[in-house]
Design a binder for this molecule. Structure first.
Ligand SMILES: Cc1cc2nc3c(=O)[nH]c(=O)nc-3n(C[C@H](O)[C@H](O)[C@H](O)COP(=O)(O)OP(=O)(O)OC[C@H]3O[C@@H](n4cnc5c(N)ncnc54)[C@H](O)[C@@H]3O)c2cc1C
Ligand SMILES: NC(=O)c1ccc[n+]([C@@H]2O[C@H](COP(=O)([O-])OP(=O)(O)OC[C@H]3O[C@@H](n4cnc5c(N)ncnc54)[C@H](OP(=O)(O)O)[C@@H]3O)[C@@H](O)[C@H]2O)c1
Length: 275
């Protein structure tokens, strides 16, 4: 028998991206929403709630980057992101097609206002989100500090359609069953977490914009809590610009003052995207 040995073809040169991280998991939630996980640079330290710049190499050979909230908590060995798919969006028209093994660019400089350090101590914390604005809260809700700092944690999430709530719904279910959090905070920690999802354009158990439901007092009745007060309540807000402005006015009317890293107060706000 004649054996023909062939020299292995030279390995294709792997393109090296600056600040490259490898995608490990992708989940599509709706035709407009997906989440993915990727490797975390060993040197990346961040505070739960912060955002980083991520992206892909553009056709012009330059990185195409956008701000993204880190949805995973600071203790997680990987990073998670929750993303919109804008069909003609420069980044997400491409990013929505990533698969495990692909590389993304991640600039390791986390920043942001939705951090515990920007708030004064309080009894109850409210996380108010619309759409992908739930992403920073997916991080904060998995951070043990949230439960050690507050007696009660309320997350409200308003979306147009029921399917857009699914990421948050599964997140809350997984947190309630999280053994590590139960061990760190105590078995009763899950009772501290209240979840208030609402839809505006498709029928669901609770319909309406959270702002309208607060004005009507329905949220407080449903949850059995008093309206917000600066003595007891702290809030973080992340949604579209109109929502952020509207709820900011409402929080001020309740007597809460806006905080910052440099001057902690009662509430903080961040845009979920630029309009
Ligand atoms: C501080 C900050 C944090 C952000 N965090 C996230 C995040 O965690 N997840 C995320 O998906 N996006 C997030 N964004 C938005 C993100 O930076 C990009 O805009 C988004 O990825 C779309 O990029 P693009 O290049 O495809 O389109 P772009 O040109 O950036 O946007 C095109 C249009 O799409 C709409 N749009 C953009 N982002 C969203 C969105 N998230 N939800 C609904 N409509 C949107 C807007 O109308 C925008 O004008 C964040 C933005 C900011 C400022
Ligand atoms: N979600 C979709 O199915 C869809 C489909 C195609 C295109 N788009 C486009 O994508 C962009 C973003 O859509 P999105 O649905 O992700 O985000 P969005 O428009 O920010 O809406 C998310 C949620 O926030 C609510 N909201 C908006 N303004 C508010 C305010 N001032 N106070 C309280 N709640 C408020 C909306 O209620 P309302 O419904 O009452 O506004 C909706 O329930 C828009 O430009 C949209 O035209 C969305």
């Amino acid at each position: 028998m004649i054996h023909v040995t062939e020299a292995a073809a030279p390995a294709a040169k792997t393109p090296t991206l600056p600040d490259a991280q490898t995608v490990t998991e992708v989940r599509h939630w709706t035709d407009r929403l997906f989440s993915f996980r990727c490797t975390r640079p060993a040197s990346l330290r961040f505070r739960s709630g912060e955002f980083v710049m991520i992206g892909l190499m553009g056709d012009n050979g330059k990185p195409l980057l956008r701000a993204y909230s880190i949805a995973s908590p600071s203790w997680d060995e990987e990073l998670e992101f929750y993303s919109i798919k804008v069909q003609d969006g420069p980044l997400t028209s491409k990013l929505q097609h990533i698969k495990p093994g692909d590389q993304i660019i991640l600039r390791p400089k986390p920043v942001g206002t939705l951090v515990h350090d920007a708030l004064l101590p309080g009894r109850r914390i409210w996380f108010f989100a619309t759409g992908t604005g739930i992403a920073p809260f997916a991080s904060l809700l998995r951070d043990p500090q949230t439960y050690s700092d507050y007696e009660e944690v309320i997350i409200t999430h308003t979306c147009r359609e029921v399917g857009e709530l699914q990421y948050g719904k599964e997140l809350i279910e997984s947190i309630r069953q999280d053994e590590l959090l139960a061990e760190l905070i105590g078995e009763g920690f899950a009772d501290k977490l209240r979840y208030y999802p609402t839809t505006t354009r498709e029928e669901s158990a609770k319909m309406g914009r959270i702002t309208d439901l607060m004005r009507k007092g329905e949220v407080f009745e449903d949850l059995g809590v008093a309206p917000l007060s600066p003595e007891t309540d702290r809030a973080m807000v992340c949604g579209n610009l109109a929502f952020n402005l509207e709820i900011k006015d409402m929080l001020e009317e309740y007597g809460l003052e806006e905080g910052a890293n440099s001057k902690p107060a009662h509430y903080v706000v961040e845009k979920a995207f630029l309009d």
